[in-house]
Design a protein. Structure first.
Length: 187
């Protein structure tokens, strides 16, 4: 099978389960942003694998999240996902994220001030992924105004952005690097 089909050469693409829309359709923007988040997590995982065993459990968690994001992408790529059987993201995925947040946060000092993205490369990459996750959430909320989307999907992305923030702090902690504190500008 060839990777190029030429079916999108006129600016349209096919949706999963049938139908075609313009490539700038809000549904395409929504699952495209989720795909971008997934790619960012791939970059995070490449960095974590370079860092060694201390980061193995974080890497395994993000492997699981990447697969969930692919499930989510399939659901978002399908108009009327319930009827077509592509509601692949289990509602238990939200609880799983909450448990992961609690686990990683329990290893960190309580947050007493805002922190800036940075510290280690892994932490900085996790902050970038968090920002893309938040953008995914914003685009999804816009899509939800015009098309039916399960409310669990927005909850999942909201929890995931929280997890990515905690993991960024945990990556710094595991590396022995302090978080970068926000210092109010005086200028």
């Amino acid at each position: 099978m060839k990777i190029y089909t030429k079916t999108g050469d006129q600016g349209q693409t096919s949706l999963y389960g049938g139908g075609r829309v313009e490539k700038d359709h809000l549904r395409i923007e929504t699952f495209g942003t989720v795909d971008e988040l997934n790619a960012d997590l791939g970059m995070v995982r490449a960095e974590l694998s370079r860092l060694g065993d201390k980061f193995h459990s974080m890497d395994e968690l993000l492997d699981h999240v990447q697969n969930q994001l692919f499930d989510l992408g399939a659901e978002l790529a399908t108009p009327n996902a319930a009827a077509k059987g592509t509601q692949l993201l289990a509602t238990e995925a939200i609880t799983s994220l909450e448990h992961a947040i609690d686990h990683w946060e329990s290893q960190l000092a309580p947050l007493k001030q805002f922190v800036l993205p940075g510290g280690t490369e892994a932490a900085a990459r996790l902050h970038v992924a968090r920002c893309v996750c938040r953008r995914s959430e914003r685009v999804l909320v816009t899509l939800m105004r015009t098309e039916p989307v399960r409310p669990e999907v927005v909850v999942y992305l909201n929890r995931l952005s929280d997890l990515l923030f905690v993991l960024a702090r945990a990556a710094n902690h595991l590396a022995g690097v302090p978080d970068v504190p926000w210092k109010k500008s005086t200028v």
